[in-house]
Design a protein around this ligand. Structure first.
Ligand code: SF4
Ligand code: SF4
Length: 370
């Protein structure tokens, strides 16, 4: 394993970080996977309230009772829910209890979407104040933020010099469109943790399509994607969700090869990237039908629409059939054409996708077929 300094914190963290959002149903096995990752040299463990039906922090708590090596824990406060300093404080107490630790090493203001929200977080009596008070009491080491803002807005936040690190979405497919945030963090010596290195599972699902990112015969497309992130100047940790020991092995092996990308490969990758790849749904599921007045499972339709961008509309229709076969789309669910354009899902979308317009396009594909 390779370790890098996390910004100016004095902490050395593993370049592959463990994302605690992909655990299966068996909590004991999940805790074993965490300990296995520790044996393999991973020392950066990332969780959050609500991950895995709100079990993730407790799974880490179980694992931490017998960790083989020293570790750092990162967790978060859902700033859309915890809007005051007192609510953030209550969240920290809860997380400490579940994790079974005295201190959270990296505490994130979770999911800043734009500068308005950032200003609400920083307002007197707001979430940031709560986090900083906890830091003064020794309950938190470092206050950091996670974000889906544009690179320009990330730069504005970083230049205020109030956070010690940032967690942001970055991968081989969208990197040209996300570079400014990483660059700003590099200039200000912040730790940078990248989430979503596999583009929400798109890269593993379409390995053949993305095989052009590989540089070694023996590496998988997934490993090439992780290695690509780890090779970028300014990136400290590449966070990957891990639910099994096999995934730990595959992810840690990715950094066994040189953490460089040749100029020829960079040129080849750049030649294939277009803005449409930045416009892919990452299946983050921040939208969801629960909030939709027409009960449309828009995340599934957006994921299927990805295939129109990558391949063609027949693949989108095939994917929708697959969702129906698996029972993920049901007869009682809203159809794309039922969208009343209220805009709720678009305000929640981390990729800022034109969901309404895409639902119209998917409905047109369905109409054409029938
Ligand atoms: S814009 Fe359409 S899909 Fe999105 S929440 Fe509103 S009705 Fe649902
Ligand atoms: S549409 Fe946006 S919010 Fe919904 S799953 Fe896709 S990227 Fe995430």
């Amino acid at each position: 394993m390779i370790y890098r300094p996390y910004g100016k914190t004095g902490k050395e963290v593993s370049v592959i970080g463990f994302g605690g959002m992909r655990f299966g149903d068996d909590d004991d096995y999940a805790a074993e996977v965490v300990r296995y990752a520790s044996e393999k040299g991973i020392n950066y463990f990332d969780t959050a309230p609500f991950y895995c039906d709100d079990r993730s922090e407790s799974i880490f708590g179980k694992a931490f009772k017998k960790m083989p090596n020293p570790y750092y824990i990162s967790t978060k406060s859902m700033i859309r829910k915890e809007k005051t300093a007192d609510e953030v404080r209550a969240r920290i107490e809860k997380s400490l209890g579940r994790l079974g630790v005295d201190k959270i090493n990296f505490f994130h203001m979770w999911c800043l979407m734009d500068l308005d929200q950032y200003r609400r977080v920083m307002a007197p009596g707001g979430p940031y104040e709560g986090a900083m008070k906890a830091k003064a009491e020794g309950l938190v080491d470092h206050v950091v933020f996670s974000t889906h803002c544009t690179g320009k807005d990330i730069r504005t936040i970083i230049e205020d010099d109030v956070f010690e690190g940032v967690l942001l979405g970055y991968n081989v497919i969208n990197h040209p469109f996300r570079q400014e945030g990483v660059q700003a963090a590099l200039e200000h010596q912040l730790g940078v943790v990248t989430m979503n290195p596999l583009s929400g599972g798109l890269i593993p699902r379409y390995q053949d399509h993305f095989s052009f990112i590989r540089e070694y015969d023996e590496e998988s497309t997934v490993q090439a994607a992780l290695r690509f992130n780890a090779a970028q100047p300014g990136i400290t940790v590449v966070l990957a969700g891990m639910g099994s020991k096999e995934e730990v092995d595959e992810n840690t092996a990715a950094v066994a090869r040189p953490l460089t990308v040749s100029e020829a490969k960079r040129r080849e990758i750049s030649g294939k990237l277009t803005e449409k790849l930045d416009a892919l749904c990452t299946n983050c599921q921040y939208c969801r039908e629960k909030k939709c007045p027409s009960k449309i499972k828009m995340n599934l339709y957006m994921e299927a629409y990805n295939l129109s961008l990558l391949i063609n509309s027949d693949e989108t229709l095939r994917q929708l059939d697959w969702y129906h076969d698996r029972g993920e789309l049901k007869a009682e669910d809203g159809l794309p054409g039922d969208c009343i354009a209220c805009g709720i899902c678009e305000t929640l979308c981390t990729q800022k996708l034109p969901i309404i317009q895409r639902l119209e396009a998917v409905q047109a594909m369905l109409d054409q077929r029938s």
